[in-house]
Design a protein around this ligand. Structure first.
Ligand code: AMP
Length: 281
């Protein structure tokens, strides 16, 4: 498995792969990899001859009050996991090599990124879209794999690829949960044992919502939102949002919606957790 730290090196390698007719699959990550990330690498392995995993804690998607500096890192373990799952290259750049000090170009989205996580993290998706665009230009992927865990991110990236005509197929991997049903996340390592136990109220709310929405359609929206708010708050969580939105455009769902996204963000201790489910009608 190759390891690149310089953007130019990765791009030269990707161009070489392209010239020899190889299909490139990219899995963008921020590292501290777990089984959720591994499942995306497995999907990439099935779809590409070359599997490039990027490991980059992207500073532009963190606001000054967020956890950029304490974001967990373990590069050696990440490389072991990538290799074990068949990655052919890891790209781990330093922030300075990705961003010129006088950078002045951003990729921004103006509708989908204003709701859900975008409300409490107003610059987040601009940072994500800018770095994902850069990664697409460096790794030249035919296919890029993202997780449904970050549902709004996945929807916005699909919109970017459509609106800017990136020649990249976007594939989404299912949300992977731990044995206690908590959605796997690098940030789970911030949780104390007690917070972790109480954080199960989030996935419990997701399962409840999934069941009710499947049974009753959009008629269940108000009830599942109310249930989740109460259940998570009673467990000691501070709810950022609990919402049901049309999964095609993140607007309010209507009787003619073909599918919805039930999405939750809540803080336990100092850790902000997200979880969700998609329900198709
Ligand atoms: P991150 O390292 O948190 O930026 O995530 C990198 C990619 O892995 C994103 O596409 C995430 O949606 C995905 N991912 C993170 N956690 C999970 C999970 N529990 N299940 C599936 N995909 C995940």
């Amino acid at each position: 498995m190759k390891i690149f730290h310089q953007p130019g090196e990765l791009q030269a390698y990707a161009l070489e792969c392209k010239r020899s007719g190889k299909r490139i699959a990219l899995v963008p990550t921020m590292g501290f990899l777990h089984a959720g990330h591994a499942s995306l690498i497995d999907i990439a392995r099935e779809r590409g001859d070359e599997v490039i995993v990027s490991i980059f804690v992207n500073p532009t998607q963190f606001a000054p009050n967020e956890d950029l500096d304490k974001y967990p890192r373990d590069f050696e373990n990440d490389c072991r996991l990538c290799e074990a799952h068949g990655a052919t290259a890891v790209f781990a750049p330093a922030p300075e090599s990705m961003y010129a000090s006088d950078r002045s170009i951003w990729v921004d989205e103006t509708t989908l990124s204003k709701v859900l996580c975008g409300k409490s993290r107003p610059i987040h998706f601009r940072g994500v879209l800018t770095v994902v665009s850069k990664l697409f230009n460096l790794a030249l992927p035919d296919v890029a794999v993202f997780g449904k865990k970050d549902a709004q991110q996945a929807i916005i990236i699909k919109r970017m690829v459509r609106d800017l005509n990136f020649p990249v197929e976007i594939v989404l991997g299912d949300l992977i949960r731990d044995t206690d049903n908590v959605a796997m996340s690098s940030r789970n390592r911030y949780l104390s044992e007690d917070e972790r136990r109480r954080a199960r109220s989030i996935s419990e709310s997701v399962f409840y919502a999934e069941k009710q929405l499947k049974a009753q359609g959009v008629a269940a929206v108000d009830e599942v939102v109310e249930y989740a708010r109460k259940h998570i708050t009673e467990a000691g969580g501070v709810v950022d949002y609990v919402e049901v939105r049309d999964s095609s455009d993140l607007e309010a769902p209507t009787a003619s919606s073909c599918g919805v996204l039930f999405a939750v963000a809540a803080v336990f201790g100092t850790t902000r957790l997200i979880d969700n489910c998609f329900v198709d009608f």
